[in-house]
Design a protein around this ligand. Structure first.
Ligand code: SF4
Length: 417
């Protein structure tokens, strides 16, 4: 062996040694998550538990498998009283009293499907926390009804516009399950309603008159609780406006009522491309085989699905839970898109984490997992000034214990929680 060959071999061996050392380090980084993830439930790992609760619900309502597959049956039989709920999952008598107390102020209702995802025994479980009223809702004195000032950024009744080229249409206040952390809980009110055709026509007229609007988000409430006819009318009207390039539908039914994704709905979505579905999965327990099937149908119909998780104390404010959630979403072809700092909505402050905690979760994701599994962490700036991406590089102390955010317009606003 020549001297140069010997040197080459030596350098190769040295590189391999250093690579092995690096691999050991990478394995060590991964090991904590690998052991933690076994303790995190997903919608796939709880299938047996969920099936048992489903059977209990069917028996209670004297219903059939066919009913269970029918989204209208779920809507008609949303569970909205503590006594009925206590026949399905364990509730302490004190808890029943508290739920009744809260329901005098804040409405609640849970789809039977979403109830089937609850742990029968864990009273602090993530599905329960997101859907069963908590007495803490009544102790919140800091939250406001409309933290994003939607009412001040509404040029016509059904429209909210915060950006130059896009806007939202609020088409209904109905939801399959009323999330306890909802940013629009002021709209939930006392009863369900759909926005009248006249108001929707006004919204369409506004979009027609404003040629800079290229992206329209239909939201609510949950617009997929509208009839197929209304959804088709809206998509068809928007598709006829030349300057509207994309339509988005904001829905949480993929997590709370996947039965809503029927063949007929998919046919409608397929007819009016491009349609983006913006959904909200907050915990891996919500990523079930039924949700996967619904996503698959939408994707086959040509829709693109993005997820907006809300960072919620006691639900998903853990780096490991967040990582499992995003991995589970990618497996069902849903792209983690935003991680929202929960807004200071009246009755929800017990869900709000600190920005510091959100940043720590983001740090634990970046590099430790694929970029595809890392959403953008955003705060909605007060006063309807839009979303602000949050990372160490773009926030400053405001001198009053809060932080200073720089909005997309270059305005500085204080934010504290
Ligand atoms: S589905 Fe959406 S609009 Fe309805 S309660 Fe939940 S977060 Fe609010």
């Amino acid at each position: 062996m020549s001297v140069s060959e010997r040197n080459l071999k030596r350098s190769r061996v040295a590189k391999q040694l250093s690579a092995k050392e690096r691999m050991g380090m990478l394995k060590e980084y991964a090991s904590e998550f690998l052991s933690a993830k076994h303790y995190i439930d997903t919608g796939f790992s709880i299938q047996e538990e969920a099936r048992e609760i489903k059977m209990r619900i069917l028996q209670l309502f004297n219903a059939t498998e066919k009913d269970w597959q029918n989204w209208r049956w779920h809507l008609k039989n949303r569970i909205a009283d503590a006594k009925t709920l206590s026949k399905i999952i364990k509730l302490a008598s004190k808890e029943i009293e508290k739920i009744n107390q809260v329901s005098e102020i804040f409405r609640w209702a849970i789809s039977p499907y979403y109830v089937s995802l609850m742990s029968p025994t864990d009273i602090w479980g993530p599905i329960r926390r997101q859907s069963i009223p908590s007495i803490l809702e009544l102790y919140d004195h800091s939250g406001v009804d409309d933290p994003s000032a939607e009412e001040d950024t509404s040029p016509v009744e059904a429209v909210v516009r915060r950006y130059p080229d896009r806007l939202i249409i609020n088409a209904t206040n109905q939801c399959a399950t009323f999330c306890r952390h909802c940013q629009r809980r002021r709209k939930i009110g006392k009863q369900d309603y759909s926005v009248s055709k006249g108001k929707l026509k006004e919204a369409i007229a506004y979009i027609k008159e404003n040629e800079e609007i290229r992206d329209v988000i239909i939201t609510g409430g949950d617009p997929l609780l509208l009839s197929d006819g209304t959804i088709e009318w809206l998509l068809s009207e928007l598709s006829q406006i030349e300057h509207v390039e994309i339509k988005r539908i904001g829905t949480r039914t993929l997590a709370t009522l996947p039965q809503r994704i029927t063949d007929n709905l998919c046919k409608i979505i397929e007819k009016y491309p491009p349609v983006y579905i913006v959904t909200q999965f907050n915990h891996p327990r919500e990523v079930t085989p039924d949700a996967a099937k619904a996503c698959d149908k939408l994707i086959k119909a040509g829709a693109v699905i993005n997820n907006q998780t809300v960072l919620l104390k006691g639900v998903n404010n853990s780096p490991h839970v967040m990582r499992v959630l995003n991995h589970e979403l990618l497996k069902i072809r849903v792209q983690p898109y935003y991680l929202f700092q929960a807004k200071p909505v009246r009755g929800t402050s017990h869900f709000i984490t600190s920005i510091k905690e959100g940043l720590e979760i983001m740090r634990a994701l970046r590099g430790h997992t694929s970029g595809l599994a890392v959403p953008q962490y955003v705060v909605s700036a007060p006063g309807g000034l839009g979303k602000v991406p949050v990372c160490e590089a773009n926030i400053w102390q405001d001198g009053n214990g809060g932080i200073l955010l720089k909005t997309w317009e270059g305005k500085y606003v204080s934010y504290s929680f």
